[in-house]
Design a protein around this ligand. Structure first.
Ligand code: IPM
Ligand code: MG
Length: 357
C-alpha cells in the first residue's frame, strides 16, 4: 500500500495542461504524506502521435498499460483528425479491451460555485451518473455499404446484452446503497425503442429485487432532462446507457456550474485491468495553450483515482483542498473568474501544504 504506478496519457487539446496540473497536486500530496509514492509514466499518444505514426497509440499499447495501477487520461479529439479516428484509436481502444464497463460521473455544486438554475442551492444538486461504458450505442456494431451511391447506407447498432445490462445496473444499485439517500433512477427510452431498452427495463426490475433497501424509479431520457432542470432535488444516483449518460452528464456538469469541474472514472470493477480516470471536458480547442483551462476537473478526477487505489484519506484531503480553493473565489474564466490554470494549481498545492495532515 502507498506505492502506485500511474500511466499518464495527456493526449489532445487541453489534456496536457490539466494533466500537468493534476500531477503537480499529486506531488504536493506526496510531500505531506511520506507513505504515498506515485510513479508516473507519461505516454505521448494522441493526435500528434497519429500525425507522426498513423496510429493514435502503438499496437502493443495495451500491453504497456496492463501492469499499471491506474491510467490518468487528459482529453482526446483534434481539429484536423476525425473524431471517430481519435476516439476509437485511443479512448475506446482502452475502455473496451480493459472492460472498463462502469463509467462513474459525480456532479455537485462545489463550495463557492453556483448553478445557472434559479433557486438551486448547492445541496440541491448532488448526483452520481453511472454510464454503461462497454456496449449500447458505443458498441461499434454496424457498417457502411454502397459507398458514394445514392443508396449509401450506414447503420449504428445499439447492443444490449443481458450480462452487460445486469452488471451495470447492479453496480448502480450498489453505489446508490452507499449514498445517504439510497435512491436510484434508471433512465430508459423503452417507449420508442422496444428491444434493447425493454430488456434494459426488465433486467432493472429483476436486479432491484436484490436491493429492497434502495428506492428506485424509472425515467424516460427526454423527461429526465426536464427533471434535472426542474426538480434537481428529486435525483440522487442515476444509471443510463452509454449515449444517454454521455448527454445527461454534460447537462449535469453545466447545471453544477461548469463542464470544467466534472470528473469521471472508467472502472473495471473486477480489477483485472487498470481503470482509467479523466476529466469529462474534452479537448476544448478554443482555449488550448492559453493557460486558462480549469484544472478542477482533473483534480477531482485525481480524487476518484486515489479512492480507487484505496487512498481514502488522501482522496478526502485533496477534495477538501479543491473545495477550499473554489470557496475562496480563485476561478478560471469558465467559472466567471480571471485565474489561470497555474493560479488554481498553486492555490490547491498551498492549501494542501498548509492543511493539517
Ligand atoms: C465523454 C466524451 C466522449 C464520449 C467523446 C470525446 C467521444 O464526450 O467522455 O463524455 O462521448 O464518450
Ligand atoms: Mg460526453
Amino acid at each position: 500500500m502507498g506505492s502506485y504506478r500511474i500511466a499518464a496519457i495527456p493526449a489532445d487539446g487541453i489534456g496536457p495542461e490539466v494533466i500537468d496540473a493534476g500531477v503537480e497536486v499529486l506531488r504536493a500530496l506526496e510531500r505531506i504524506d511520506p507513505a504515498l509514492h506515485l510513479e508516473v509514466t507519461r505516454f505521448p499518444w494522441g493526435s500528434d502521435y497519429y500525425r507522426e505514426h498513423g496510429v493514435m497509440m502503438p499496437a502493443d499499447g495495451l500491453d504497456a498499460l496492463r501492469s499499471f495501477d491506474a491510467i490518468y487520461f487528459g482529453a482526446v479529439g483534434d481539429r484536423d483528425v476525425p473524431d471517430h479516428i481519435t476516439l476509437w484509436g485511443l479512448r475506446l481502444a482502452i475502455c473496451q479491451p480493459f472492460d472498463q464497463y462502469a463509467n462513474v460521473r459525480p456532479t455537485r455544486i462545489l463550495p463557492g460555485l453556483s448553478s445557472p438554475l434559479r433557486d438551486c442551492a448547492p445541496g440541491d444538486l448532488d448526483w452520481v451518473i453511472v454510464r454503461e461504458n462497454s456496449e449500447g450505442e458505443y458498441a461499434g456494431m454496424g457498417g457502411r455499404a454502397h459507398r458514394g451511391h445514392a443508396i449509401e447506407v450506414g447503420t449504428e447498432v445499439a447492443v444490449f446484452t443481458r450480462a452487460g445490462v445486469e452488471r451495470i445496473i447492479r453496480f448502480a444499485f450498489e453505489l446508490a446503497r452507499l449514498r445517504p439517500r439510497k435512491h436510484l433512477t434508471v433512465v430508459t427510452k423503452s417507449n420508442a425503442q422496444r428491444h434493447g431498452m425493454v430488456l434494459w427495463d426488465e433486467v432493472a426490475v429483476e436486479v432491484a429485487r436484490d436491493y429492497p433497501d434502495v428506492k428506485w424509479d424509472r425515467e424516460l431520457v427526454d423527461a429526465m432532462t426536464v427533471r434535472m432542470v426542474n426538480a434537481p432535488k428529486s435525483i440522487d444516483t442515476v444509471v443510463a446507457t452509454n449515449l444517454h449518460a454521455d448527454i445527461l452528464s454534460d447537462l449535469a456538469a453545466a447545471l453544477a456550474g461548469s463542464i470544467g469541474i466534472a470528473p469521471t472514472s472508467n472502472l473495471d470493477p473486477s480489477r483485472r485491468f487498470p481503470s482509467m480516470f479523466e476529466p469529462i471536458h474534452g479537448s476544448a480547442f478554443d482555449i488550448v495553450g492559453k493557460g486558462i483551462a480549469n484544472p478542477i476537473g482533473a483534480f477531482w478526477t485525481a480524487v476518484m483515482m486515489l479512492e480507487h487505489l484505496g487512498e481514502t484519506d488522501n482522496a478526502a484531503r485533496l477534495m477538501r483542498a479543491i473545495e477550499h480553493v473554489t470557496a475562496s473565489g480563485i476561478r478560471t474564466p469558465d467559472l466567471g473568474g480571471t485565474a489561470r490554470t497555474t493560479d488554481v494549481t498553486a492555490a490547491v498545492c498551498e492549501t494542501l501544504a498548509g492543511a493539517p495532515a
